[in-house]
Ligand binder design. Structure first.
Ligand code: SF4
Length: 239
């Protein structure tokens, strides 16, 4: 396929994604599917610095016993685009910053070399703020206990798009048990119980895609991730 055809396909893809999501927003489908709050968030009145301070001394789940750092989040606190991963790994636990190890370097490449954005202009966080020992999967009670921090982060940042990296983040954002392979590649309404959205704002849409750690093991899947982030770029204004 020549360069002009590729460019034409890309422009058509951009137009069709934008049209689809704008339709969803215009007719209120996305808003209508937001879950009702189950109970008042303990952090409903917290701003980001207060939330980070609270998390820094959190002992609400057993992960506090083995962590070195609480990895709260990093980036532009008014970003339109937010990346959410699963949990800190060893490098993140050491440095106190999400996505700084090998998988993090790949995420930075996707953001900077692929999407032509600056890492510091997006916001990056995880579902869990503390590292599960040995990088094991998060337990459901750990996710439940820690998730109010992330929910409040999303409320305060109010991104337009959340890229959910891997099954845990995608399943939490969408309130589903479906695996990442089936979820990725399409925008979904955000379905986080209790997430509040300012009256003049639309709730974020979620693009699930593979976690960068998975891409390190399966480089062929990078092509799928590139297709997913192209849709995100098409949707975001000014990119
Ligand atoms: S993982 Fe979350 S809930 Fe558990 S101790 Fe860390 S900050 Fe607290």
């Amino acid at each position: 396929m020549d360069r002009d055809s590729l460019r034409k396909d890309y422009i058509e893809l951009v137009a069709s994604v934008r049209e689809y999501v704008e339709e969803q927003l215009q007719f209120g489908f996305i808003e209508a599917e937001l879950s009702e709050p189950t109970e008042e968030s303990p952090y409903a009145d917290f701003d980001l610095p207060a939330l980070a301070t609270d998390a820094a001394s959190c002992t609400k789940c057993p992960l506090h016993e083995t962590r070195n750092s609480v990895v709260f989040g990093v980036g532009d606190t008014s970003a339109d685009l937010m990346f959410i991963g699963e949990a800190p790994g060893a490098d993140e636990d050491r440095h106190g910053e999400p996505f700084v190890g090998r998988a993090g370097q790949l995420l930075t490449q996707i953001i900077e070399a692929g999407m032509k954005l600056k890492r510091e202009n997006v916001y990056i966080a995880n579902v869990l703020k503390c590292r599960p020992p040995g990088n094991r999967n998060p337990e459901s009670d750990e996710v439940e206990t820690c998730s109010p921090y992330l929910v409040r982060q999303i409320e305060l940042i109010q991104p337009k798009v959340i890229v959910a990296l891997g099954s845990f983040a995608a399943q939490m954002m969408l309130g589903t048990k479906t695996g990442i392979t089936k979820l990725r590649g399409e925008f979904h309404p955000c379905n986080v119980p209790g997430l509040r959205v300012l009256p003049h704002k639309q709730p974020p849409v979620v693009m699930p895609t593979y976690h960068p750690a998975y891409l390190l093991r399966n480089p062929n899947a990078k092509r799928d991730v590139w297709e997913d982030v192209k849709k995100v770029l098409a949707f975001l204004p000014g990119t």
